[in-house]
Design a binder for this molecule. Structure first.
Ligand code: SAH
Ligand code: SF4
Length: 404
């Protein structure tokens, strides 16, 4: 078996920085898990290091490593994230000898496209393949003159929500920052949206929803690093208001996410009692409803202008009664919230049925009448299994994982 190459960025990739407010036990457990599921180093067979996914500081350090001044990092950043350029020889502000040295030491990659499908409704889905052969799915959902890219953060998921297709696939590994950023860049390539349009209006790829495969808060450091890169004003420059991160409720990391990133938060609620949520979102056994809602109340920026989205998958006869709608309203009282009702999207072998449309409407009316906006999400891309909860890849973990 080949020896594993040394990790490229030991310090910067530490999965959790200090002073994060986690208990010691919690911190140790999450760190141990992150190490087991760490992505492979972002280095190719020739030992060339990938530049996508490096923070600005890391890029400057990489330039210093080949004897270049820090301003080179700024120049490169512009080429990578404003121009979307992948070929050093086309970076015209860089002299030829340096272009050659860059080509020898570094790469500017994109995920391999194993499959690209476009739905009758315009939704596009990619199956991306990474250098170690693992795969994830990414979806672009157009909406008039704008649209959202739904990105994945893990290959598979450790959690096993009973209504979710990804949940049937064990966690294979976390995605690295390069792989998370790479999904958005590759989607942009596909629509030719380079150079980055000035301003935020008129972009086809105007928003990001971190709602693909995996639980982003169980791969927080890589996700945070990737989103920070995508929010940088001198590059892609997406505002944090245009990014929504969805979690099934990893309470201690919700606080970190709010303090450090301040992106919009979506919480996968799906049930209004611990008894039911314990069964359908098993993470509830660790962080029950009261703790989850308290974390939502603490979330910075949770104001009427920036409400927290609660996602509620409508499962026929399981969680869709009018009593449950009233209880939902009671639970949310005082929280700046919006409720996204998601009719259950079936997948091969799924154990639930979608709620009847009139039941979804009644549920929505009750929530709406209490003053909460409660849009019913139209399934998008269902013909190509691109709708919420339908993503899954054939990737499997080679060895049995501890406790997995
Ligand atoms: N792991 C994160 C983000 C990915 S899931 C989370 O759970 O929030 C994105 C959303 O799709 C979640 O709200 C999830 O509960 C929902 N979902 C999962 N399976 C679904 C299905 N079959 N039909 C409709 N929504 C589903
Ligand atoms: Fe994982 Fe989210 Fe699916 Fe639950 S709903 S199994 S947390 S991806």
């Amino acid at each position: 078996m080949a020896t594993r190459p040394a990790r490229a960025f030991p310090a910067a990739e530490s999965p959790l920085p200090a002073a994060d407010g986690l208990t010691e036990a919690e911190r140790t457990r999450i760190l141990a898990k992150a190490a087991v599921f760490a992505p492979p180093p972002a280095v190719d067979e020739a030992g060339r290091r990938e530049l996508i996914g490096l923070s600005r500081e890391e890029l400057a350090t990489a330039m210093a490593g080949i004897g270049e001044k820090p301003f080179r990092a700024k120049q490169l950043w512009h080429w990578l994230y404003h121009q979307g350029e992948r070929d050093f020889s086309r970076m015209t502000t860089i002299a030829r000898p340096l272009q050659i040295r860059l080509t020898e030491a570094f790469t500017v990659g994109r995920p391999g496209v194993a499959l690209e499908q476009t739905s009758v409704d315009g939704t596009r889905k990619w199956l991306f393949r990474w250098r170690d052969g693992q795969q994830v799915e990414t979806v672009y959902i157009p909406d008039d003159d704008r649209g959202s890219v739904c990105i994945s953060t893990q290959v598979g998921c450790t959690l096993s929500c009973t209504f979710c297709h990804t949940g049937t696939q064990k966690l294979v590994r976390n995605l690295g920052a390069a792989e998370i950023v790479g999904q958005f860049l590759a989607a942009r390539d596909s629509y030719g949206e380079w150079p980055t349009p000035t301003g935020e209006e008129g972009r086809k790829l105007s928003n990001i929803v971190v709602m693909g495969m995996g639980e982003p808060l169980y791969n927080y450091e890589n996700t945070a690093k990737a989103l920070t890169i995508l929010m940088d004003h001198e590059g892609v420059g997406l505002s944090r208001r245009r990014i929504t991160l969805s979690t099934s409720g990893v309470v201690p990391i919700m606080d970190k996410c709010g303090a450090e990133l301040g992106v919009n938060l979506a919480v996968s609620l799906h049930a209004v009692t611990d008894e039911l949520r314990d069964r359908i979102v098993p993470l509830n056994r660790k962080y029950p409803l009261a703790e989850l809602l308290a974390a939502c109340r603490r979330y910075p920026g949770a104001t009427n202008a920036r409400r927290i989205t609660f996602e509620y998958v409508m499962l026929r006869g399981v969680n869709d009664s009018e009593g449950e709608a009233r209880e939902l309203v009671r639970l949310l009282r005082g929280l700046p919230a919006k409720v996204n009702l998601i009719p259950f999207n079936p997948w091969p072998g799924s154990p639930y049925e979608t709620s009847r449309p009139e039941q979804v409407r009644r549920f929505a009316e009750i929530v709406n009448a209490a003053g909460y906006s409660s849009p019913i999400r139209r399934p998008r891309g269902a013909d190509i299994l691109a709708a919420c909860g339908q993503l899954k890849t054939e990737s499997e973990r080679e060895r049995a994982t501890p406790g997995g």
